[in-house]
Design a binder for this molecule. Structure first.
Ligand code: MN3
Length: 194
């Protein structure tokens, strides 16, 4: 049985960049629903004994969409919550900064590429920074899809489903993405996944 992970900060702590109401609904309702659905789908099946990552890979291969969507969204949100902190953003720690410079040219170029990926994702989905072999890459994905099914290791993910920003930013997804990048990212955590 999977359970909703506690956030490392109070639901009000990211306000006004991400409001308490958004976190109440997004963490307490949306994420919880993915977990409830996942538990119901796998109950009594061969999936029940697998790790979350193995459930994602197996259900993707077997095209079990109900399991895949809910398992992947559980994984995606687990990463997303930890990628943020109160008073986040700011300078990228040196080890990660050097890797970003090596693979993107500059932090500024990486920022632009990451935000543009989130803007360019048509409809619901995610934008990511992942390790592909040992190179950092930016990608986007529709709905629940996660880069791990394409043999990448995500180290930063931003939820661009409307439930993540509509209460605070209405239709202004680009402003949400800029604020996420500049004011919410927990760079120490992201670096720890390198
Ligand atoms: Mn979400």
């Amino acid at each position: 049985m999977f359970e909703l992970p506690k956030l490392n900060y109070p639901n009000s702590a990211l306000s006004p960049i991400m409001s308490e109401q958004t976190l109440d609904l997004h963490h307490g309702k949306h994420h919880q629903t993915y977990i409830t659905n996942l538990n119901n789908f796998i109950k009594g099946s061969e999936y029940e004994k697998l790790t979350l990552e193995d459930i994602i890979k197996k259900s993707s291969t077997e095209k079990k969409l109900g399991i895949f969507n809910n398992a992947s969204q559980h994984w995606n949100h687990n990463l997303f919550w930890r990628c943020m902190k109160p008073n986040g953003g700011g300078n990228v720690p040196s080890k990660l900064e050097n890797k970003i410079k090596q693979d993107f040219g500059s932090v500024k170029k990486f920022r632009e590429e990451f935000i543009n990926a989130g803007i360019a994702q048509f409809g619901s989905g995610w934008c990511w920074l992942s390790l592909k072999e040992d190179k950092l890459v930016v990608t986007k994905s529709p709905n629940a899809e996660n880069p791990i099914i394409h043999n990448m290791k995500p180290i930063l993910g931003c939820d661009v489903w409307e439930h993540s920003y509509y209460l605070d930013y209405k239709n202004k997804r680009p402003v949400y993405l800029e604020n996420f990048f500049d004011k919410l990212i927990n760079w120490e955590f992201v670096e720890s996944l390198l």
